[in-house]
Design a protein around this ligand. Structure first.
Ligand SMILES: [Fe+2]
Length: 249
């Protein structure tokens, strides 16, 4: 399997703090069958000031450590870009996923559709394909006018039936976007509403790939197990989704 979204690099975002912690995470990914992992640290101006040089340097150092530990995972560089008002600062030097033209991007929780669509247009104009990370977790897409305490209360009682903003998703698709779902969403890591959206989007055929979005959180091993089990149970096309075979190999 190929992981297209993973916070495995150490010391540059909210991923592992140390090299040893990164190696421990890689051991879990390898155990579950991942043979290639795209390292996609956050790139958020003012918070995680990453660039392609920093990412490639960390990938080289971590790959050497994995080789020494005989963990046969091939690491590839990537980034998870935050589509906020300062995203355009990164346009001159973008880091896609490996050798592909895919650019992993994340919609900020607060952002309006105009900010997201404007940034998407700039990415496409430069010849990249925006891969929108976990749309099932994006407030604008997944909780249009249905967030807040009411949605959380309904979620607690298992009566969450909100609908994603299919019209916005269709607009983004028309602009050339692809979509990536999170294993943790299917595992219920982010609550019932997100799980519900993830299943809806999977059934609608929205996703081009599924990624782990791994962070060094307690229960990472169990989250990956549960997510893989759910995706394989829900979708006969799971092998393609989990290898991103049409996109990255
Ligand atoms: Fe992420």
């Amino acid at each position: 399997m190929i992981d297209c979204h993973c916070h495995l690099l150490f010391g540059i975002d909210d991923g592992p703090e140390t090299l040893d912690e990164a190696v421990s995470m890689a051991r879990i990914l390898f155990k579950h069958g991942f043979s290639t992992v795209h390292c996609t640290p956050h790139c958020i101006s003012g918070l995680y000031e990453n660039n392609p040089v920093i990412v490639r340097d960390r990938v080289t150092r971590l790959q050497q450590a994995l080789d020494r530990a005989e963990i046969t995972i091939r690491l590839r560089p990537g980034m998870e870009y935050y589509l906020d008002a300062r995203f355009s600062e990164h346009l001159p030097d973008l880091q896609p996923l490996g050798e592909s033209r895919l650019l992993l991007v994340e919609a900020p929780a607060w952002a309006g559709a105009d900010v997201i669509v404007g940034n998407i247009r700039q990415i496409v104009a430069r010849g990249f394909v925006p891969l929108i990370a976990h749309p099932e977790r994006c407030h604008l897409i997944a909780a249009p006018g249905q967030g807040g305490l009411w949605a959380k209360t309904r979620s607690l009682f298992g009566r969450a039936e909100p609908k994603p903003a299919w019209d916005l998703l269709a607009q983004l698709q028309d602009l050339g976007c692809l979509f990536q779902g999170n294993l943790g969403s299917f595992a219920g890591r982010y609550g019932k509403i997100v799980e519900h959206h993830a299943v809806s989007m999977l059934e609608a055929g929205l996703y081009s790939c599924i990624g782990s979005d791994s962070h060094p959180l307690p229960g990472l091993d169990e989250m990956i197990s549960a997510g893989l089990e759910a995706v394989c149970r829900l979708n006969s096309n799971h092998r393609q989704l989990l290898s991103a075979s049409r996109l990255l190999s």
